[in-house]
Design a protein around this ligand. Structure first.
Ligand SMILES: CC(C)(COP(=O)(O)OP(=O)(O)OC[C@H]1O[C@@H](n2cnc3c(N)ncnc32)[C@H](O)[C@@H]1OP(=O)(O)O)[C@@H](O)C(=O)NCCC(=O)NCCS
Length: 371
């Protein structure tokens, strides 16, 4: 079987930042307004009073301190509480393609590849700004690449599942050099009036180049030794809004994102631990051989729990890097951001794991080794 590597990675980070304090101040202002407007109904018991959010809770429960967003305007305004942006015309690229273009160029430069080398582009993310034509095909045209391109969605595991598709395409000889992009434009799906989830997501885009080891000229390439993918259906992280929405009776409060965070925590972690430990056993990689774990970035406590299960001890901070504090949950891009920012300082032969987990449920585990 052909050896396949990740030969480059790229990251686009929006410049605008929202801190927990900014978000909580705005949310609490909204709560005070709501409770004042409904004071009599609350006293009668017809309406439940809303409770304040807190920065301390958010940081302790999730590890998130801030998030990057593409369009800050509107999110903090209690009369709006959503990102404000204009619909772009067919002649303008949508935000997701614009982010992807930037991250792709960095990944291509790292891998010493030009558009002429790329013959497959996969745009893999939790939300697509439009169903068709595929965003990946627009990106293909803008880069000037040939071959073929498609979009795919496995929610938080979109990136790892896409990399596994890329590996299979290279081994099956339907592609030679694959560009995977993960534009996570997550802020529009957030209900900024929901205390349980207003703090969770940030916007970002990651990119990776996947190719056969024999064509790789990168000086920081990672061989994908093996992969294990797993899905198990759950309603605990769910979005019900789709293209049929305009036919249905309008409910302005239908949330784009909803989750039962506690249940996710309890149900998903055993699946994650099982997938990673099973793959380590079949790849014959012992915990002490693992030099780095680039894990999904949804919740600091989940990551600490998973790493302890894998290593049998507390990790050193550099062993399982976290980017949650500044990026928040960026869905499928999270583990790739950690990989992109913390893949240096390792030597040829070092083993590492890149693993996503999230809605579906879905888990994607890649066993990597430094070339
Ligand atoms: C979302 C998440 C951070 C919430 O943390 P949690 O510890 O489970 O918090 P809970 O929802 O159980 O709430 C705990 C308490 O904090 C309160 N609380 C909830 N949101 C709050 C907020 N923003 N500010 C202050 N308090 C809050 C709750 O009301 C509850 O109070 P109670 O104990 O008096 O009832 C956490 O469950 C999580 O990250 N789960 C995994 C989610 C995941 O991976 N999702 C993948 C998405 S892609």
């Amino acid at each position: 079987m052909k050896n396949v590597v990740i030969s480059g990675s790229g990251l686009y980070t929006p410049t605008e930042i929202i801190t927990n304090d900014e978000l909580v101040n705005s949310f609490n202002h909204y709560v005070d307004q709501f409770n004042a407007e409904h004071v009599e109904a609350i006293a009668r018991g017809d309406v439940t009073a809303l409770a304040h959010s807190s920065s301390e809770f958010i940081e302790k429960a999730s590890g998130i301190k801030a998030r990057h967003v593409l369009h800050k305007e509107g999110i903090l305004d209690t009369a709006i509480m959503r990102p404000i942006f204009a619909r772009r015309s067919a002649e303008q690229m949508p935000e997701m393609v614009e982010m992807a273009l930037d991250a792709a160029r960095e990944a291509m430069a790292q891998a010493n590849k030009t558009a002429a080398d790329i013959d497959l582009i996969i745009c893999a993310a939790s939300n697509m700004q439009r169903p068709y034509p595929a965003l990946a095909i627009e990106l293909q045209q803008l880069l000037g690449a040939s071959g073929y391109a498609f979009d795919m969605n496995v929610a938080c595991s979109s990136a790892t599942f896409a990399i596994s598709n890329a590996v299979n395409a290279i081994r099956g000889e339907t592609a030679k050099v694959v560009l995977v992009v993960n534009p996570e434009f997550a802020s529009p799906q957030v209900n900024y009036r929901s205390r349980d989830s207003h703090f969770i997501f940030g916007d970002v885009c990651t990119a990776t180049i996947i190719e056969a080891e024999d064509s790789c000229t990168s000086d920081n390439a990672w061989r994908i030794n093996s992969m294990r993918l797993k899905t198990e259906f759950s309603n605990n992280i769910r979005c019900d809004v789709g293209y049929t929405e305009h036919c249905l009776p309008t409910d302005p409060l239908v949330p784009f994102f909803k989750q039962e965070g506690r249940k996710v925590f309890k149900e998903l972690l055993p699946i994650v631990a099982d997938v990673i430990l099973s793959e380590m056993a079949s790849a014959q990689v012992a915990p002490e051989q693992l030099k780095r774990l680039w894990l999904h970035q949804a919740n600091i406590n989940m990551n600490i729990f998973a790493v302890k299960k894998i290593l049998g001890r507390d990790p050193l901070p550099e062993e399982a890097p976290l980017v949650l504090d500044t990026y928040a949950n960026t869905a499928s891009a999270g583990s790739i951001i950690a990989f992109h920012k913390y893949k240096t300082g390792l030597v040829a032969g070092d083993h590492a794991i890149l693993c996503s987990f999230g809605a579906g449920y879905s888990v994607g585990c890649l066993m990597l080794q430094k070339c």
